[in-house]
Design a protein around this ligand. Structure first.
Ligand code: UDP
Length: 236
């Protein structure tokens, strides 16, 4: 496919136009940031590994009847995706307390949630630092219609049940993860963005070892090895 104009460059990905207005190319980078861009670094091979992990997981979800933006492989580090109009909301799905939830409600990391999953909504607004939103805020902002919010929340829970089972079979606990949704040219709500150790917390089911971006965020070492281990466990 012909790689056209660069449309967007983020912390971990670049999106290019193609000769088809409804198809983009999403290229994964090795660079990594954390804490709102305050911490920067490079994770060797991350672009290739996140492309492979995301491609595998999008294919798994499509096989389970979940609509995604994934269209196919483009290169070692890139995939072809369907153009979506993205909602200005991030969906965080949680099974086990960690990260900001532990801080917010005082649960030690690793606490099992009473009725998993919890689905949280964050406002995609860099200037505001992507704040957590409650229902009243969502209604006030009108950044997503009630119907789209409902459809994406149902999809997020379905995605969680498919991924949790898939990872459990591979001795990985899916602690939490972030999803982004949008609508395609026909108005269908689809999962976009990526699903990778950059956007999920994975813990080894037996030892609790962290196999995700927390190794980078918290300077735990073995970052590349953790991403490679996740890729190894899901490659079958
Ligand atoms: N997450 C993400 N992008 C963000 C914020 C969070 O991919 O901008 C993911 C993160 O990797 C984790 C989950 O969403 O798997 C929940 O993150 P949390 O709210 O605990 O924030 P953090 O502790 O990462 O700041």
């Amino acid at each position: 496919m012909i790689r056209g104009e660069k449309l967007y460059e983020g912390k971990a990905k670049i999106v290019y136009a193609t000769d088809d207005p409804d198809v983009y190319i999403q290229d994964f980078k090795d660079s990594a940031t954390a804490f709102d861009g305050q911490k920067k670094g490079t994770i060797g091979g991350k672009g290739r590994m996140n492309n492979a992990i995301s491609s595998r997981l999008f294919t798994l979800l499509e096989g389970n009847g979940i609509a995604t933006h994934y269209l196919g492989a483009e290169s070692d580090t890139a995939m072809r995706i369907r153009r979506l109009d993205m909602f200005k909301v991030e969906f965080v799905v949680r099974n086990v307390a960690a990260g900001s939830l532990s801080k917010r409600i005082g649960y030690p990391e690793g606490t099992l949630l009473r009725k998993p999953p919890i689905v949280e909504y964050y406002y995609k607004d860099d200037a505001l630092g992507d704040p957590l939103l409650c229902m009243a805020h969502l209604e006030e902002l009108q950044v997503i219609s009630p119907e789209h919010l409902e459809a994406a929340t149902v999809a997020a829970k379905h995605i969680n049940s498919v991924l949790r089972g898939f990872f459990a079979e591979r001795e990985l606990t899916l602690v939490d993860f972030k999803l982004e949704f949008g609508t395609d040219a026909d108005g269908v709500v689809r999962l976009g963005d990526e699903i990778s150790p950059d956007t999920c917390r994975f813990w080894d089911a037996a030892t609790g070892e962290k196999l995700d971006k927390d190794r980078f965020r918290r300077d735990l070492g073995g970052v590349e090895e953790a991403y490679a281990e996740v890729l190894r466990r899901i490659s079958d």
